[in-house]
Structures are given as C-alpha cells and as structure tokens.
Design a protein around this ligand. Structure first.
Ligand SMILES: [Zn+2]
Length: 673
C-alpha cells in the first residue's frame, strides 16, 4: 500500500499534533455525528442474494483448512470497520503501542484499491458465512455513491477528519480551472486519480456475477469510458497523468508524455496506472467489451516498455522514487543483523518494492489469459521465476523491499506470488503447484493472525500513549483476528507496527485463489491439485499432511477419472503411494506429477497413503540463518524462535493426527476468479 515507510515516520507525529483524546473506545468524532458527503447522492437499488449451498458438520484432520482461514478473514474484513463512518476500515493496526490501536487516515481507501470489498464477497461465497453481514451492503452503497458523473471513483475528503492525513500519490491535484494544488488544501472536497481506481471494477464484476443486476456492468462501462477519456494516448501505449483530479479537471500544457506528467517506476506501480490492468482484463474476459481490452492492452505496453518498472526480462526495476531515504533501508537491515551499505542500495538497479511490481505481473497474467497472448504470459513467467529467487522459496518469505538482507515480508507480496503461481499453473504456462504448497503452508499461513493474547503482551512492553482522534483501542486484538502481517520476519509475526490492511485485502483474495485451485471437477474428471482439506460438490478432501502422508477423498458424485497430484518429495513413477478404494486395493498409474486412481462411484472413499519426508534444513531469511524442522513441505519448528509473536509453533504435527469438527459449506455456484 501507499507510502508505508513515510507513513511510519510521519503519521503519529501528525496525529499527535492534533490529538483529541477519545475515552475508552469511543472516538472523539462520534460526538460530531459524522455525515460523509459523497459525490453522488442517489444510487440505484440492489439486493444481495443469499449465499446458497449445502451446509453440514464434518470431522476433518486438524491441518491447514482454507475455509476456516476464510472465516477468520471475514472476521477481520468486517471487524476493522468503523460503525461511525459508513463502515470505513481503520486501514492500519499498531501492536507496538500501549494500548494497541487501529488508525484511520487517507489510506483507508485500501478498502477498495487493495481488494477488501472484492475479498469479502469471495470469502462469503466460499464459506456461506453471514458474520457481520450488515457491512456488505454499506460497502456496496459507498462504492456506488463514490462514482462521479464521469464514471470515476472519488474519495470524499471534506467531512472525514482523517481524510487528508498522509495522502499519497495525489500530488499535484488538478483543478477545474487548470491550476494545481495538493490534497491538504481544504477546498478540495472530492478527489479521484489512478491510484484510487484499482479493484473497483473487480468488486463490481463479483457483485454482478452474483446478482446479474445491470447496474454493475453499466457502472463498469461508464468507468472505463471515464478512464479512456483521461488517458494520454501515445499510440501503442497510454498512461494516466500522475496525481489527483478534482471533478471536471483540466490539464494545462496538454497531455503528453513530454510534459512531465507521465508516471514512471513506483509512481506508475503503486501510483495506480499498472494496477488498473487486472480489473479491465477481468471485465474483458467476462463480457468481451472491447474498450476494456484496448485500454488494458495499451496499459500493458506502458508497463512493459515505457514505465521503467520492469526490464526486458520481467525483472523488477528499482526506481529512484522507491529509493527515497535509502539510509532507512540500511538502518532497518542493520537493526536485524544485515550488513548492507548505502553504496550497495544506491547502486542497485533491480529490486525495489515487491508487492507493487508483483501485483502488476498478476494483472498482466489475467490480461494475457483473457486475450490469449502467449508471449506476454511467458514474459510474466520469467518475471515470476526471477521474483521467486528474491526471497526464501521454501517458506514463501518475500521481502517488502528487494534490498540485501531486508528483514521483513509484507503479506501482500506473499499473496501476489501465490496468486501468480496459481494462475501460471492454471493456464499451463508452468507447473508451480509445489511452490504454492510450500508458501501457503508456511509464511502465508503463519502471517494470518490467529491468536490475540500476545498482542497485548507486546503492547504492554511499550510506554503508554494516548489514543488520538483518528484512532481506536476498542477490541483491537479480536477485531483484527484473520488479518495478515505487514512486517513479519522469518520467525516473528511483527518486527514493527502490526498490520497494514492492504495485506488483508490481497491475502484474503489469495485465500480464495488457493481454495479455488485445490480441486478441479468436471463430468469427466475430478482433479486434486493441492493436498489440503476442501469440501466440494464432487468430493470432499481430507488431508493428514503433515502429521502423516495420507489423503482421503470421499466421492459425492460418480466420476470416470480421479487424478491426484503427489507431493514434491515423491518421485514421478514411484511405487510408494498406495491406494485403497472402500478398503480394497487399487492400482495407480502416474501421469506427470499426478497419480490416476481411475473411476470412482458416489459414496466411495479413496485412501492414498505414502511416506512423509522429514528433516532439518538450514535457511537464510533476511540476514538470519535459521534451522527449520520440516515435515513434508511444512515447517514445524524454527530455531532461533521468535520472542513476541513467534511463528511455527507447530510441534503438535509430530503427534498422531488430531481431528477437529468444522462446519462445511458447499456453494451452489463457484465464482471463477
Ligand atoms: Zn500489504
């Protein structure tokens, strides 16, 4: 998300300067009866259809369960919303504060631009959960109210007391009279810009897929029209001028690549241009709407050939904009055992902010798949293969910034890599299911907040600090359960701060990508790609990994062919996997990395057993050398261990399989995402 580094340095100073103390969880602005003025008053009507599907209780091995993680995700997505401000999220949580707090500022809009609205609907479709379901409608109404007459999404700045705090990517602000100002100018009431557009289209596609209400497709097409009108068309590529725009803005000096408005590097990535591609590609895939394809295609050309964001091989370019304050990288690295020098950072041409680059690649994969562009897909694949070497490919630790010995990872980057691995594997561009299996089981699963007491122990070690006007300390632990870490190290949940909820937006969507890809069923074949627990209409999968090498599949529909991917530690062709169907032996044949079980009838149980690899490995994460105990692909202990929010406390996986009762939901219709 935006300006993380600067945020840390500035925001609390800014907040402290204007602090109006709140008393016990009731923010000071509650007394003001906050009424937010959006750009649009009247919005069309819509209803949210119920989440239909089959519901039942089941006993499953107590192993990583994406549906259970999705329930937690819903807890956080809805729990961090503010009932006094149209359920706007507190985008930031600080556990290194006493008391721990959640914070409002300009970046609350990561609710939209980092995909929280999109994720909430996806996770409800996955789980059938109606936890805090009042939030959904308010979010959808807010999105519609934020769409201006030109079709673009505007952020209301006027009434929200924190609205201008730490504004990012919004300079200059272009005004109707052709002059410029910036977002701290109190006369700017409504603001749009490319940094605020990403993922609105994606969210509305999902709404449309559920209710078939044309208000969403109309809004999307109007938005694409509005974007197209603003784009500076340079022939084979386009870009949106850097900064923010007021309604009816005018650009002085024309709109060309020569007048210094063309964003490059980080400004083109985090600043919004390149992030717009994915929603356009998704809409083209859904509808065949040509303007979406044209705009996305020209943005892809901008991203690849003009934005100075990637090199010709797809490697991430480290832009000057990302290097603001290189001393900070040195300090942070040194504080956690790194040895990087200022000269090294200054001389670095490749690297930089991981998530901004990776999410751009993700969008370009969706575009390549939608239009059948094999060359682009291969370029994205090359980018992925380079990016996977920049972190720890066993655990899925990808540094927030690619600089030597950077000590922490941002969950956004981990989520992007999981999403990219899934999509490249789906499209047949590569086979990365093993990568995905590693990362989901380790850094990704550990980065989700599943326990809260440690947060309060950590907070108590900091000096007491009053809660500011834009903060709350109300049930911060409970409300953030299911959120994803912003600054996790190899062994610790939070090296500093706590959560930037961009990470929750992107990671909860990644939960959906993982869940969607565990199995794949048609009338001809039931395929298991990932050996994880999963209920589905075709069969339910029970994974005993990593307690033991065992997977059970209970068929619900008869299927002429069942194929199951074998784990990485078994060689193709191995005679080690043993299969039984309803207790009777069944011969297996291998097809690549999969074993073919053959046909199975509804009601039959397939049991696959194989050895589980165990061992100890030495790995470097950040600048720290760790010893990790691994069962299968799962790290079950790490040395040295973390102290405040320790990761990989999983010694129970050495014991016999533990079982747990869960509520299962099998959706009537899956959203393909
Ligand atoms: Zn993030």
């Amino acid at each position: 998300m935006v300006r993380r580094r600067q945020f840390i340095q500035d925001s609390f100073m800014a907040a402290a300067g204007t602090a109006l103390l709140s008393s016990h969880g009731i923010p000071a602005y509650a007394a003001d009866n906050l009424v937010i003025q959006y750009i649009r008053e009247k919005i069309p009507a819509f209803e949210i259809p119920p989440y239909r599907g089959e519901r039942y209780k089941d006993q499953v091995p107590d192993t990583l369960d994406i549906a259970e993680r999705a329930l937690l995700g819903i807890n956080c997505l809805t729990g961090i919303t503010d009932p006094l401000a149209d359920r706007e999220i507190f985008w930031f949580a600080d556990f290194h504060r006493n008391p721990p707090v959640m914070v409002h500022d300009f970046s609350d809009w990561c609710q939209n631009v980092e995909g929280m609205m999109e994720s909430l609907t996806l996770l409800r479709a996955l789980t059938g959960s109606d936890l805090n379901s009042n939030v959904d409608k308010i979010w959808m109404e807010t999105l519609l109210k934020s769409i201006g007459p030109d079709g673009l999404v505007y952020v209301p700045l006027g009434e929200r007391p924190w609205g201008r705090l730490n504004h990012a990517w919004m300079t200059p602000v272009w005004r109707a009279n052709g002059t410029t100002t910036d977002a701290s100018d109190k006369t700017v009431a409504q603001l749009t810009g490319p940094a605020l557009w990403p993922r609105s289209i994606s969210a509305m596609i999902i709404y449309y897929l559920r209710d078939s209400n044309p208000i969403w497709t109309q809004a999307i097409e109007k938005m694409i029209e509005g974007m197209s009108a603003l784009a500076s068309d340079e022939g084979d590529y386009i870009f949106f001028p850097a900064g923010g725009y007021e309604p009816n803005k005018k650009f002085t000096g024309g709109l060309t690549a020569d007048n210094q408005l063309m964003p490059t590097g980080y400004l083109a990535l985090d600043g919004g241009n390149i992030r717009v591609i994915q929603g356009l590609a998704q809409y083209y895939r859904l509808s065949g709407y040509e303007p979406a394809k044209t705009l996305a295609g020209k943005l892809v050309n901008f991203a690849r050939f003009h934005a100075d964001a990637y090199d010709r091989d797809g490697r991430f370019r480290f832009s000057a904009y990302e290097k603001i304050g290189p001393e900070w990288f040195v300090e942070y690295s040194h504080a956690h055992g790194g040895q990087v020098t200022l000269e090294q950072i200054k001389g670095q041409t490749l690297g930089g902010h991981f998530h901004s680059h990776a999410v751009g690649i993700l969008g370009m994969i969706d575009y390549a798949a939608a239009v059948g562009d094999r060359e682009l897909l291969d370029w994205c694949k090359a980018s992925y293969e380079w990016a996977r070497m920049q972190g720890n490919s066993l655990t899925g630790f990808f540094p927030e910034y690619i600089v030597p010995s950077y000590p922490s990872c941002e969950s956004c980057g981990v989520a992007d890599m999981i999403a990219i691995a899934a999509k490249l594997s789906q499209t047949g561009a590569g086979d990365y299911w093993d990568d995905l299996d590693h990362w989901v089981r380790n850094q990704f699963a550990e980065n989700q907040l599943t326990k809260e007491p440690w947060i309060y122990h950590l907070a108590e070690s900091s000096p007491e600090k009053p809660v500011a006007y834009n903060e709350t300390d109300h049930q911060v632990g409970k409300r953030n359960l299911g959120g994803f870490a912003g600054w996790a190290s190899g062994n610790e949940w939070s090296l500093k701060n706590g959560i930037m909820h961009c990470c929750t937006g992107n990671s909860t969507r990644a939960l959906y990508y993982v869940w969607e890809n565990i199995v794949d069923g048609t009338n001809q074949e039931f395929r298991v790609n990932l050996l994880l627990n999963r209920a589905s209409a075709w069969a339910d999968v029970y994974s005993f990994i990593p307690y033991e090498g065992r997977v059970r599949i209970k068929m619900k529909k008869s299927c002429p062919r069942v194929v199951v991917r074998m784990p990485e530690w078994l060689k193709s062709g191995s005679s080690e996997p043993v299969c039984k169907v309803n207790g009777g032996p069944r011969a297996l044949t291998w097809e690549g990395r999969y074993v073919v079980v053959g046909s199975a009838e509804s009601g039959e149980t397939i049991d696959l057993a194989f050895p589980i690899a165990t061992g100890t490995v030495a790995e470097t994460v950040g600048a720290v050398r760790y010893t990790m105990e691994v069962r299968g692909n799962t790290v079950i202990s790490i040395d040295p261990g973390g102290r405040t929010g320790p990761l990989y406390e999983r010694s129970y996986y050495r014991q016999p399989t533990r079982w747990v009762t869960v509520n299962r939901f099998v959706t009537e219709r899956e959203i393909v995402w």
